[in-house]
Write a protein of this length. Sequence first.
Length: 119
Amino acid sequence: QVQLVESGGGLVQAGGSLSLPCAASGRTSSTAAMGWFRQAPGKERELVAAINWSGGSIYYADSVKGRFTISRDNAKNMVTLQMNRLKSEDTAVYSCAARGARSSVYNYWGQGTQVTVSS
């Protein structure tokens, strides 16, 4: 089992920045990838960014490329989403997730943190 706890959400003006750390505990060595998802009201949940164990493979949704950066520190069991040049359309609940080495889907989830960008 892997437990994930997000922090860092809040209210920010458009053009501003926020950092979302996610602390992992438990069997973290079994995670093959970690990602950040978001879900806005009335919309489907979408994968925003993901990173594999070594950090050598990174994915970004087109909507956040060039503005968001995902990183992980395996020694500290942390994955962080740095969000810059935020837009009102980035407003959503952001959730940290982990995919086990033997899983094809993200099977561990944090509780989510609200990010609100005011225009």
